[in-house]
Design a binder for this molecule. Sequence first.
Ligand code: GLA
Length: 634
Amino acid sequence: MTTPRHPATPPRLRHFYDKLRSPGYGGDYNPEQWGPEVHVEDAQLMKQAGVNLVSLGIFAWAQCEPAPGAYDFDWLDGHMDRLAATGVCVTLATMTASPPPWMAVEHPETLPVMADGTVLYPGARQHWCPSSPVYREHAVRFVERLAERYADHPALALWHIGNEFGCHESRHCHCAVSTEAFRGWLRARYGTVDALNDAWSTDFWSQRYTGFDQIFTPRTAPSFRNPTQQLDYQRFSSDELLACYRAERDALDRITPHIPVTTNFVPVAKTLDLFAWAEHLDVISYDSYPDPHDAQSFQHTAFGFDVMRGLRGGQPWLLMEQAPSAVNWRRRNGRKPRGRMRLDSWQAVAHGADSVLFFQWRASRGGAEKFHSAMVPHGGPDHPLHREVAALGEELAAHPDLLGSVPERADVALLLDWPNWWAVELDAHPADIAFLDAAHAHHRPFHDAAVATDVVPVTGDFSPYKILVVPHLYAVSEADAQRVKDYVRAGGTLVMSYFSGITDEHDRVHLGGYPGPFRDLLGLTVDEFDPRPNGTWAEEIRLEGAEAVETFDSGAPSVTRHAYGDGVAWYLATRPGPQDFRRLVDRVCEESGVHPVLPDLLPGAYARTRVTADGSRIHIVLDEGERGVTVRRD
Ligand code: GLA
């Protein structure tokens, strides 16, 4: 039987919950695209559809600061007041995701530069260099004015900083300012250039530096770029974007210390080390865009939701955006069949979401997103999609105690580490490994078995879990490897897959045989990697205490099991096909006493449980087929 956990709720988040009263329902609201008659209709329709939360002004910087230092907030006052009068809370955007066009003209050095020197110009969005002090100063000054203006406004419930940090090409910048910032970041990390030379293995290919001023960001180069330079540049880029976020958050904390702060994360994206970001948010927010044409998307979405819940140790999170039906940015944009929006929404709630929000409230008339679905489609409120939206609003409002209820802890944890993700996907490896695909493949057999999974960082507490799943932990420090070993020694069950324990945090190989620090834990040595022409990964293994549970056609071990301390360590020297993986997971779960969340689920369904403030348990049963969603209460 699993136990709920009780993650600490930041005190100022209570203010947000008190205002909301039931799960958040609504979406991005962009009234600057419409005239007064539409605004009046918006208020009526929001009321009818059970909307209690909107994200306002995400791309309205140009309207609020039409010229440098000239602010116009009057129009926004009207919207804030109308929303307050309608009983709709506001997640107010800091609006800094997209600077007004004048900034690029007055300060062209704020424009981002790609690895090949291409400058990214305004005309789309997010055209700013993350290291630019000029951009940051303008952003913070603007945010200060905004916060001062609305600090005590009754509609203000939550701050939404920027938008989807790192989602566009501007996530990495190679301009002169960024190059200097990278050098400063490296100085802080390594202290001396000799320490950097050692970490970066620069005695290779005549790369030895004699000063930090000789180092560039990893720009387009004749051959493979230094792997540790690439890895550190990923770390740097995530840190630079976080510094932009934090500069705004610090300003907000000074002026509105009572208002919680968030930013919305892109569907499990490689760019940001979200475990490093999470402590700087009061609540995690997530944008989820499953592809209705992708048969795997239901499970992949479940994984993404598990990641979001894991970022702050099981704390509920906000579904900040999803599409009511089609998006506009795939090559072919499938609509959601009727009922799918409801299923997707409840899936988020089941996995710990405290809100169901959409992009966007009203479909735009012009601009690049006019064919993106919305809560109020171009066809208006009589459209069947809007009727579905209104019905869902009513349904969620009938479960007010879901808001803030604690997602029950899983017995299985999957380990995710962003620096490892960056490292394992570097070039010049035995074969390419797509880490997110791998994470999905390791999550799927548990999902199909209706067994709940949490997601933990490499520095997390593994002890509450019966099973720890570790896909391709390629780059790992001795200290982190030791923590995995301690977990197994104390009785845990580990499922680790190939290409783990290969390098340290600087991407230098752990010598003495693969998989370095995990050899005694796994009871084996990998003598050679043997990726096959058909795309499968294989390895030549020497058993040193482990037993072979499965073998390759050659008879050599492919899946092994090793008793270690009070626990067991499994090793996968290849990726089993879906059925074999499921069979293996069923065996591991049975040996470890891990069961589906509910005992009586029909095939194809799975459930997640949330525990309310008064201790009652709400089970949300999800089924992609005809049965859809069922909410059960004990
Ligand atoms: C992202 C952005 C939104 C919008 C949607 C469209 O999630 O945050 O502004 O562009 O995509 O799907």
